[in-house]
Ligand binder design. Structure first.
Ligand code: CMP
Length: 139
């Protein structure tokens, strides 16, 4: 992958509250192409695998609980400068610090239930995309 793709996941709280359509519209209006998309459910074990990088953090159990509480929407997105532009679009991890108009400012409830995930690097986008979709690079 050459920096034009990212992985994102609409989190269970935002899915449950019916925000999929509004969030997808913001993403497409910002110029991202939806390369692949899937609504699915993470078990606590799968959520733990996805967020294994946080295994030693005090919030790991909460993260697994929150991420397995209901369906998520996983997607691969494409745009020039995808990683950085998407993280700007979603806003700060803690919605209290998110800029006006960002997805987290609009839809996040808390740091734990912060509406949406976006990969933080090309390397992690590849790993995370392949977690949900076969042949991430071939779509
Ligand atoms: P996300 O971008 O999906 O990556 C890891 C998630 O862990 C993050 O969003 C937050 O929802 C959550 N998280 C990060 N830091 C903390 C923290 N200090 N306390 C609780 N949850 C956190």
């Amino acid at each position: 992958m050459s920096g034009n793709r990212t992985f994102s996941m609409i989190k269970p709280d935002a899915v449950k509250d019916g925000h999929n359509g509004a969030i997808l519209k913001i993403i497409e209006d910002a110029g991202f192409r939806i390369v692949a998309i899937k609504k699915t459910l993470l078990t606590p074990e799968l959520a733990g695998q996805f967020y294994a990088v946080h295994a030693e953090r005090p919030f790991y159990q909460t993260l697994k609980d929150v991420m397995s509480a209901g369906p998520i929407v996983a997607m691969i997105l494409e745009k020039d400068n995808a990683i950085a532009d998407f993280r700007e679009l979603i806003g700060a991890t803690n919605p209290a610090n998110a800029n006006e108009g960002t997805i987290r400012k609009l839809f996040a409830k808390s740091l734990e239930s912060n509406a949406i995930h976006g990969s933080d690097s090309d390397e992690n986008a590849l790993i995370e995309g392949n977690f949900f979709f076969s042949s991430f690079e071939k779509f």
